[in-house]
Ligand binder design. Structure first.
Ligand SMILES: [Cu+2]
Length: 127
């Protein structure tokens, strides 16, 4: 009985590790992108997974680039970083996104399908 409760506790702990600390959805006319991260987003580097569905289907072989930027503000220049995402499979692409400060960041996800027209999905992240 004791062993069973230890095993149960362990499986709950592991399930907890799999839960995303950050989740958000971005949409365009034909695509839905689910953003998620295992760790809460921070100032600095963040590994974010982008799950892309075009016309409700998971895509493969897309070229995905993620741009994060903050418009110029009084006393602060325009800030931007752009990174290519790596394909994980099942419509998932992973990229490191760097936020150099707290505030609202605009996110543009550029998708070039294997065969098809390039499109962009926009969202913003409050840090
Ligand atoms: Cu700023």
């Amino acid at each position: 009985m004791k062993l069973l409760s230890i095993l149960l506790g362990l499986s709950f702990a592991l399930t907890g590790l799999n839960a995303a600390a950050f989740e958000q959805e971005a949409k365009s006319k034909s695509a839905v992108v689910k953003l998620s991260a295992e760790k809460p987003l921070v100032v600095g580097n963040n590994t974010i997974v982008f799950e892309i569905k075009q016309d409700a289907k998971a895509t493969t072989g897309d070229t995905v680039t993620v741009k994060a930027f903050m418009p110029a503000m009084p006393g602060m220049p325009y800030m931007e970083n752009k990174e290519a995402a790596t394909e994980l499979g099942n419509g998932k692409y992973e990229s490191v996104v760097n936020f150099s400060m707290g505030g609202t960041w605009q996110i543009h996800i550029f998708v070039t399908p294997k065969d098809g027209k390039k499109y962009r999905v926009k969202t913003s992240i409050n840090l």
